[in-house]
Design a protein around this ligand. Structure first.
Ligand SMILES: Cc1cc2nc3c(=O)[nH]c(=O)nc-3n(C[C@H](O)[C@H](O)[C@H](O)COP(=O)(O)OP(=O)(O)OC[C@H]3O[C@@H](n4cnc5c(N)ncnc54)[C@H](O)[C@@H]3O)c2cc1C
Length: 418
C-alpha cells in the first residue's frame, strides 16, 4: 500500500503532558501540527500522580476554564494543602503549602491518576490545527535539507510526515533524544521508581497532605503515600539508579518490606488492598543542564530530562517546557530559522533561565538528603520552632528562600537558634 504523504509545520512525538502542553499552545498560536502517539488514550503512565502549582499555572494560561472543570469532578482529583516529610528517624514534619491559608481557599496542589489526568489533557487537543495519530508505530526519522521526515504505520497504513521541526515529547526513553542527542545522554543522573495503587490505607491527613517518607535505605530517594479520590492511594518508592547499582538494591522488596514492617507505615496498611500490579519506570532528572534542541528538533518534558531532582516532580516541567517550546516555534516560523543556534537562543536559554535555578537548588537538596543526620536535625529543630517550620513552608513558593537550604549559614542559624 502507498504511503500517505503529509506536510505540516511541526511534528510532535508523544501526547503525554509535554506533547499536550506543546500542542495546546501551538493551537493558541494557530500553528498546524501532527501528533504521533504510540498508545491509545486513555492510557496509564507510572507516576506518583501528584501535580504542583506549575501544572495549574500552565493549564490556567492555556484556558482558565479547564482547571475549574477538573476541580468540579471530585472522583477525578484530590486537592492537597501540604506535604508531610518523615525524616529518616521516623519523625514527621507537616508543612502546609500556605501557612496563612484562608477557609475555602483553592489548594495549590492536587493528585489525580494519570490515566484520568492525561486523558483530560488529551481531550483538550482536537482543534483545526491538530491532527492526531494514536496507536502509531514509528518506522524511521530522517533529517535532510532542513526538514525532518517521519515514517510511521497506523492500523496497517504507512504514513510519511515532513516538517521543518520535530518535537520530542516521547518521555524517558525518547527515540528523538537518542537519535539527535545520543552523545549527551547520561545514565548516571537518572532515578527509577515503583508505583502501586492501594485501597483502604488508613491515617491519611485530613487536608490530603502528600507524604514523603525518607527511609534510610533509599536516601536520597523516598517512599511515598499520596491520597487519591475514592479511598485510593498512590504508593511508591523512588531511588537514584546509581544507588541501586552500587548497593544491588531490590526496590520491590524494599517497598514491600516498608509496607509490612516499617513501624510508621505497616499499621496503616493492615487492611489495605493492592489494586493491579506494582509497576516501575525511569525518572530522568534535571541535574545537568544538557542541550535540549538542535537543528530541526526540540525536546520537552522527560525527553529533555526535566524531572525535579529533589521532589521527583516532572508533570509540571513537562507541561511548562511544552508551553515554552510552542513560544520558541512561533519565533522559528516568524524568522524562518530552524537551525541549532537559533533554537538554542529561542528555547534552551529561555527554558534554563526560567527553571535552571530551581533545578540547581533541587540538585543540591538531593545531595544533602544523602546525610540522614542532617535531615533528622532540621526536622527535630522545626518541631521546636514555629518560625523554622513556617520558613520551610514558604520555601515551596519562594525560590530565594529555598536557596537558603544550600548555604551552611542556614544550618548554623538553626544550630544556634538564630
Ligand atoms: C515512579 C514515578 C513517580 C513519579 N511521580 C511523579 C509525581 O508524583 N509528580 C510528578 O509531577 N511527576 C512524577 N513523575 C514524573 C512524571 O511521570 C514525568 O515527568 C511525566 O510523565 C513526563 O511527561 P512527558 O509528557 O514528558 O512524558 P510521558 O508522560 O512519559 O509521555 C510520553 C508519551 O509519549 C509516548 N511515546 C513514547 N515513545 C513513543 C514513540 N516511539 N512513538 C510515539 N509515542 C511515543 C508515550 O506513549 C506517552 O504517551 C514520576 C515518575 C515515575 C517513574
Amino acid at each position: 500500500m502507498d504511503s500517505k504523504k503529509i506536510e505540516t509545520s511541526v511534528i510532535i512525538i508523544g501526547a503525554g503532558p509535554a506533547g499536550a502542553g506543546t500542542s495546546m499552545y501551538l493551537t493558541k498560536a494557530g500553528i498546524p501540527h501532527v501528533i504521533i502517539e504510540k498508545e491509545l488514550f486513555p492510557r496509564d503512565k507510572v507516576c506518583g500522580d501528584a501535580c504542583s502549582g506549575k501544572t495549574a499555572l500552565v493549564l490556567r494560561r492555556a484556558n482558565p476554564d479547564w482547571l475549574q472543570e477538573l476541580f468540579k469532578e471530585e472522583n477525578m482529583f484530590t486537592p492537597s494543602h501540604g506535604i508531610i516529610f518523615v525524616a529518616p528517624n521516623g519523625k514527621p514534619l507537616n508543612i502546609p503549602f500556605n501557612p496563612n491559608r484562608q477557609p475555602g481557599e483553592q489548594a495549590p496542589g492536587f493528585t489525580t491518576p494519570r490515566m484520568v489526568f492525561d486523558n483530560f489533557l488529551f481531550e483538550k487537543l482536537p482543534s483545526p490545527y491538530t491532527t492526531i495519530y494514536q496507536e502509531a508505530t514509528l518506522q524511521s526519522i530522517t533529517r535532510e535539507d532542513g526538514k525532518v521526515t517521519v515514517n510511521f504505520v497506523q492500523h496497517g497504513q504507512d504514513y510519511t510526515v515532513t516538517a521543518p521541526l520535530i518535537v520530542g515529547a516521547d518521555g524517558d526513553k525518547s527515540a528523538i533524544r537518542k537519535q539527535f542527542l545520543g552523545q549527551h545522554t547520561t545514565e548516571k543522573t537518572s532515578a527509577v521508581g515503583l508505583r502501586a495503587y492501594y485501597e483502604g490505607v488508613t491515617g491519611m491527613n485530613e487536608d490530603n497532605f502528600i507524604e514523603l517518607h525518607f527511609l534510610p535505605e533509599v536516601l536520597p530517594g523516598y517512599f511515598w503515600v499520596f491520597p487519591l479520590p475514592n479511598g485510593m492511594a498512590n504508593v511508591g518508592v523512588g531511588i537514584l539508579s546509581e544507588r541501586i547499582r552500587e548497593k544491588k538494591i531490590n526496590l520491590r522488596e524494599k517497598m514491600l518490606d516498608a509496607i509490612k514492617n516499617n513501624p510508621n507505615i505497616a499499621p496503616r496498611f493492615k487492611d489495605a488492598k493492592l489494586h493491579g500490579k506494582i509497576l516501575g519506570w525511569g525518572l530522568p532528572m534535571g541535574t545537568e543542564q544538557l542541550p535540549v534542541s538542535g537543528d530541526n528538533f526540540i525536546l520537552t518534558g522527560d525527553a529533555a530530562s526535566l524531572v525535579d531532582p529533589f521532589s521527583g516532580e516532572g508533570i509540571g516541567n513537562a507541561l511548562y517546557s511544552g508551553m515554552l517550546a510552542a513560544a520558541a516555534i512561533e519565533n522559528c516560523i516568524k524568522d524562518n530559522r530552524y537551525d541549532a543556534a537559533f533554537l538554542k537562543e529561542a528555547y534552551d536559554d529561555v527554558l534554563y533561565k526560567r527553571i535552571g535555578d530551581e533545578l540547581r537548588i533541587s540538585t543540591t537538596l538531593q545531595k544533602l538528603c544523602r546525610f540522614p543526620w542532617l535531615f533528622n536535625f532540621v526536622v527535630n529543630k522545626a518541631h521546636k520552632s514555629k518560625a523554622l517550620s513556617n520558613t520551610i513552608s514558604c520555601m515551596f513558593t519562594d525560590m530565594d528562600l529555598r536557596d537558603q537550604l544550600r548555604k551552611p549559614s542556614f544550618y548554623f542559624k538553626i544550630l544556634f537558634n538564630r
